[in-house]
Write a protein that binds this ligand. Structure first.
Ligand SMILES: Cc1ncc(COP(=O)(O)O)c(C=O)c1O
Length: 391
């Protein structure tokens, strides 16, 4: 019987041994064996099959983390998935695994601001040069490729500015030039777009967001194809960047309802977007209106959209934008997203960082909304009452 992934998520990892629907949290630093021979046997198995779930020390994981990795590998349709203590840990691991002093990397201009800090500032100290490309003009990517270019790092859509890129073109440029590719796919998750199947070498998801879904856990995943597996495997062992079993348990539990939650986030976001798109005071940054390049690029590659969107607001008085955000009653103010609840954030330099291609004039402001699982009519009514402050 072929089971859809939705069914798989509900039925996988039942623990008949302990008679629990969810697998237990196995906490261990020491993995105990019956004899020295058993340790050696396990080590030999691990050497032969590094993705087979054979571990001899808690830093490599326990059955709890291994189960999560197995589920994610199926979701990603990848060769393997590494799990990290935070989403940013997965970003770091991807880059650290494949770059060395003297290399160059080309990075999408609107990446998540800590990714920008890592690539622009920190890597420079290790003699790794970063060039940022314009997400809407891939000539700025192609013309910067040199013999030293090792990696193209994409985030789609752009962080807080929500540009959708021509992913097919990026992968084909990379393949033509024998350059590795990584994408931060946190916004869509592999539920809506599967990067490894599509042709990327590495795919990052902050599990802190939709995977866990309840704003109470941090984690990351890095899916890889066979080509880069050994490089990431070695780097992961050297850095010790591993998710702990308690967080792995919570993320596995969250995944049970990933499809249901994401479908609802999408439905709610679509209703809110329909309301917002009618307002002339701002530009909606979400794949809703069919007549834009962003919409076409989204439609070409994605089977759905999540609940995170932006507003580009034209206002002479920045205080009116702040007042608008502060007057929202059902939207919490805080970082992160992907949980069951709605959130709002006024973006300033701290969030967008030092971008070259942002194209934001002095009287344009960015606001990010995460559309949660509340009744969308309540969310729309809340936005309506707050809009009166926008001048
Ligand atoms: C697109 C994206 N990638 C990565 C991260 C980092 O994830 P974490 O907060 O789990 O470290 C974030 C966090 O906000 C993010 O928005």
């Amino acid at each position: 019987m072929t089971k859809s992934f939705k069914t798989f998520l509900k039925h996988t990892a039942k623990d008949f041994h302990n008679q629990s629907v969810n697998p237990p949290v196995v906490r261990a630093s020491t993995i105990i064996f019956k004899s020295m021979q058993h340790i050696r046997k396990t080590q030999a198995k691990a050497q032969k099959n590094p993705i087979g779930g054979h571990y001899d020390y808690g830093r490599q994981g326990t059955s709890t983390t291994f189960i999560l990795q197995k589920i994610l590998t199926k979701l990603e349709e990848s060769y393997h998935v590494f799990t990290t203590p935070t989403g940013f840990g997965a970003v770091f691991l991807a880059i650290f695994s494949v770059t060395r002093p003297g290399d160059e990397i080309i990075v999408a201009d609107p990446v998540y601001s800590p990714t920008r800090l890592l690539t622009e500032k920190f890597l420079k100290e290790f003699n790794i040069k970063t060039i940022f490309y314009n997400p809407g003009d891939l000539k700025t990517l192609e013309k910067n490729i040199t013999k030293k270019t090792k990696l193209i790092f994409v985030e789609n859509p752009g962080s807080n500015s929500f540009e959708f890129q021509d992913l097919g073109k990026i992968v084909s440029i990379a393949k033509k030039n024998k350059i590795l590719t990584a994408i931060d796919n946190t916004w869509a998750t592999p539920y809506y777009f599967k990067p490894i199947k599509f042709g990327f070498d590495m795919s990052i998801v902050s599990a802190t967001k939709y995977y866990s879904g309840h704003s109470d856990v941090m984690g990351g995943s890095l899916a890889v194809n066979k080509k880069v597996f050994s490089k990431v495997y070695n780097a992961e062992r050297i850095t010790g960047l591993r998710l702990g079993p308690d967080d792995a348990y919570l993320i596995t539990r969250g995944l049970r309802t990933l499809d249901v939650r994401l479908d609802r986030h999408r439905e709610n976001a679509k209703k809110v977007a329909a309301f917002l798109s009618k307002n002339k005071k701002f530009k909606l940054l979400y794949p809703y209106k069919k007549d834009s390049y962003n919409f076409r690029m989204w439609k070409k590659y994605y089977s759905g959209a999540s609940g995170l969107m932006g507003l580009k607001i034209k206002a002479k008085n920045i205080n009116s934008v702040k007042k608008f955000v502060n007057s929202l009653k059902l939207f919490g103010y805080g970082y992160s997203w992907g949980g069951f609840e709605s959130l709002a954030l006024h973006q300033e330099f701290r969030e967008t960082g030092n971008r070259k291609y942002l194209n934001l004039s002095k009287d344009e402001h960015l606001v990010r909304l995460h559309i949660g699982l509340e009744d969308p009519n309540d969310l729309i009514a809340d936005i309506k009452q707050a809009l009166r402050h926008l001048k």
